[in-house]
Design a binder for this molecule. Structure first.
Ligand SMILES: [Zn+2]
Length: 281
């Protein structure tokens, strides 16, 4: 086998920083141990950390050997934060669903607020405007809905037994609500003011164009909130997810229809009941 491979970078490889450097960047001894002069000045701990980061940076992309996998898994719990963080990135590339599934097991929703301002197709294919807000509370088991196009009064009900827990578990385990920002590539929430609430009507922004021009902060998306989710988890973390895209993605729509079903059961159900109660011929 020829010693000079074509395509290989020029110079000598340093196993600590992972760079190919000119021969004069190595001392005689460093040349033999594959450590450049710059890296040789590092402490033993710094050398070890740099070498680990180099190994992670150059980690194989294909299927991992059992050894590589075990080594990588150990690095996830490395006491050096930079190492652990990089190991997590590499691990997530190799095992994209592992993190999702681990988080799923840990997440329990305490409260969920879901507001929606868009059009939704009904079962007849008609587009209906929707301006509603739902809240669900696992502890009190209270579910509420406010229809801003209706009377704007909050309706509420208390779900029986474990139904609330089941509903909120479904949001985590089936809808994977905590992954929506990544899955739908949403802009991080900027706590922008949603339409219709949190502000008294007299503070609502004017709708004339001059007022809009004053509102030209480029960081704030120009569109209105299409839907927004606010979640408090049992582990005391919170999550706010906002979409400004004026269409409803599949899982937010599923959530909407599931919540709506509690307050406005489908007419089909009524028909069935009607049929059941109809006198037999
Ligand atoms: Zn080096």
């Amino acid at each position: 086998m020829s010693k000079k491979k074509s395509g290989r970078p020029h110079g000598h490889y340093c196993k600590i920083c992972g760079e190919y450097k000119a021969n004069e960047k190595f001392s005689g001894r460093g040349h033999a141990t594959h450590i450049c002069k710059a890296c040789s000045r590092l402490s033993a701990a710094e050398k070890a950390e740099a070498q680990t980061i180099t190994r992670l940076t150059n980690f194989p992309m294909g299927r991992l050997s059992a050894n590589d996998k075990a080594w990588l898994e150990n690095r996830l719990h490395d006491h050096r934060p930079e190492v652990a963080e990089l190991a997590r990135e590499v691990y997530n590339i190799h095992f994209p669903y592992a993190e999702r599934n681990t988080r799923k097991k840990q997440l329990i929703i305490n409260t969920l607020a879901f507001e929606i301002h868009t059009e939704v197709f009904d079962e007849y294919g008609d587009e209906l405007p929707v301006n509603r807000r739902f809240t669900a509370n696992r502890i009190s088991r209270v579910l509420t809905m406010t229809d801003f196009d209706g009377d704007g009064v909050e309706q509420s009900m208390t779900l029986d037994g474990k139904k609330m827990s089941t509903l909120l578990r479904w949001a985590v385990h089936s809808l994977e609500i905590f992954m929506w920002p990544e899955d739908y590539d949403l802009i991080p929430s900027r706590n922008s003011i949603p339409p219709y609430f949190d502000l008294l009507p007299e503070y609502w922004p004017d709708e004339d164009e001059e007022a809009d021009e004053d509102f030209s902060d480029e960081d704030v998306p120009e569109e209105e909130v299409c839907w927004r989710v606010q979640i408090e988890y049992a582990n005391h973390t919170t999550q706010e997810i906002v979409s400004y895209q004026d269409y409803l993605m599949d899982r937010p729509e599923e959530l909407y229809l599931a919540l709506l079903e509690y307050f406005e059961p489908k007419i089909d159900d009524f028909d069935e009941e009607y049929t059941e109660n109809a006198p037999l011929e």
